[in-house]
Design a protein around this ligand. Structure first.
Ligand SMILES: [Zn+2]
Length: 386
């Protein structure tokens, strides 16, 4: 945000210069200073660069009093108030700018963008959407207008509209939102799946994956759609693809694959897949849990117990593993040697629910989320290493 303010300011300064030089030539000998030339303005800029927001507000406030005509000073002041959490003040200032009759197009668009961001920050979503819609109507190439709209529509889960806004941004050559496009297409696919429109859902999930191959839930859901559509081998194929491209996420499809292998009467494939994954990654504790579960179900409690011991060594903090241990020990009638071995192994361990953390904002959760509820990033959660 700081960089945004700074860039907005510099653009403002530049536009001011251009305005002064070409658009409004002054008579010879007259030098237009205004608030932009004032000491307060320069000081304010310096404070802004060194991140001293309060002092920047103070100096820019003085500059604004000296010359109430200079739009960019007011826009920046409003942005600084917003950043300090005084959103109402920011809205007041930006509205004040928009009420001026002599604004240039660029100035009006910039003030609209800032007012929209104020409303967004205040949580007044409908007003923010109204402002950004107005902005893109006035300036159809305004990438920030579309990006803000996309985020708000995502917030409201209006996926069609969010997709359209992202698509517009992509057409303008900004490709960093391909992942968002993929995830939104995945959401649209889930709607089709809910309506039992399997061919429609399949198309959408395929499109999601081709937008961005890291839209992992699309592989899971595409498999579900194939399965519902009676195409079991295609479903298996799809889930195995997820295992291949992201082995650490493969636990998300273990149950599905097991069921599907059973349906085609090839359950052996399940066990050999798990064994292979465990061999390929010594630190994958979830595959060890799956192996333990598989052995337990097939009456091999001792083997299951060995897998759990391995899993607990890889991830000593996982409460999931320890709950499984006790379930298994209870089922086996609490054999004394096994309980003692368990107590010995886990004496120093601290247990937690398996935590996930957002790489962008460090938001924590105990379930894997695809979109961060805090910073709104897609695909930003990883398992937290303790
Ligand atoms: Zn986040």
């Amino acid at each position: 945000m700081f960089w945004y303010i700074l860039i907005a300011l510099l653009v403002g300064v530049l536009l001011g210069r251009v305005w002064a030089m070409f658009i409004r030539p002054e008579p010879a000998g007259f030098r237009r200073e205004g608030s932009r030339g004032s000491t307060n303005y320069i000081l304010g800029l310096n404070y802004l660069i060194s991140n001293q927001t309060d002092l920047a507000i103070l100096e820019l406030g003085k500059a604004a009093k000296l010359d109430s005509k200079t739009v960019e000073v007011f826009i920046t002041l409003g942005n600084l108030f917003r950043e300090k959490g005084h959103v109402e003040r920011a809205i007041q200032i930006h509205k004040g700018v928009l009420h001026r009759s002599n604004l240039s197009n660029v100035e009006r668009n910039q003030a609209l963008l800032c007012l929209g961001i104020d409303f967004k920050k205040a949580g007044i979503i409908d007003r923010a959407i109204g402002i950004f819609e107005e902005l893109i109507q006035r300036d159809p190439d305004n990438i920030n207008g579309y990006l803000n709209l996309a985020e708000l529509y995502e917030e409201l889960m209006e996926w069609e509209k969010a997709y359209a806004a992202h698509e517009k941004v992509l057409q303008m050559g900004y490709t960093a939102n391909r992942m968002a496009l993929g995830f939104i297409q995945n959401e649209l696919g889930l709607i089709s799946l809910g309506e039992k429109d399997y061919p429609g859902a399949i198309k959408r999930f395929q499109k999601a994956i081709s937008s961005d191959p890291t839209v992992y839930p699309a592989y899971i859901n595409l498999g579900d759609a194939y399965l519902e559509n009676g195409e079991v081998p295609l479903a298996i194929n799809c889930w195995e693809k997820l295992v291949a491209i992201s082995p650490l996420k493969s636990y998300l499809v273990f149950d599905r694959l097991k069921k599907a292998y059973e349906m085609v009467e090839e359950l052996d494939r399940y066990k050999s897949l798990l064994v292979r994954l465990a061999r390929e990654n010594q630190k994958d504790w979830r595959v060890r849990i799956a192996l333990a579960e598989h052995d337990r179900e097939n009456g091999r409690a001792k083997k299951a117990y060995r897998w759990l011991l391995e899993a607990s060594r890889v991830n000593p903090h996982s409460l999931t593993i320890h709950q499984f241990f006790w379930r298994l020990l209870l089922e086996e009638g609490l054999p004394r040697d096994k309980v003692e071995e368990y107590v010995d192994t886990t004496r120093e361990m601290v247990f937690f629910l398996d935590p996930y953390i957002c790489l962008k904002c460090h938001y924590k959760t105990t379930e894997l989320l695809w979109r961060c509820p805090h910073c709104h990033a897609w695909n930003s959660f990883v398992e937290e290493k303790l």
